[in-house]
Design a protein around this ligand. Structure first.
Ligand SMILES: [Zn+2]
Length: 109
């Protein structure tokens, strides 16, 4: 079944993302603290990179959860904006998109 196919893809993505977020959280907390000042400074820079990675992952996770909800509602294959069918080729590439190409270009960035 088509919906089941995409549900599996989304659940796989969700698991990967959750793993990544957990790893990033662990890295940010730092189990062992370093005494050296220069090392601390570079760790802080590293933290900012990790944090922005974490934010992106969390946004992706929200999109995935939204897509899973749309699958449940039976609205997954329709653009959330204009209601047109989202092409399957697009869903294969971006399984968590809620919009057709035209609407996505208008709405996202
Ligand atoms: Zn649309």
């Amino acid at each position: 079944m088509e919906a089941e196919h995409y549900r599996q893809i989304l659940l796989d993505l969700k698991r990967d993302l959750t793993d990544r977020i957990n790893t990033i959280d662990r890295d940010i907390r730092h189990e062992g603290m370093t005494a050296d000042w220069s090392e601390q400074a570079s760790e802080r820079e590293n933290d900012e990179v990790l944090e922005s990675l974490g934010n992106t992952s969390e946004q992706d996770l929200l999109k995935i959860n939204y897509a899973l909800k749309r699958l449940e509602n039976g609205t997954y294959f329709n653009c959330a904006e204009c209601g047109e069918d989202i092409p399957h080729a697009r869903l294969e590439l971006l399984p968590f998109t809620a919009y057709c190409v035209e609407c996505a270009e208008r709405i996202e960035d």
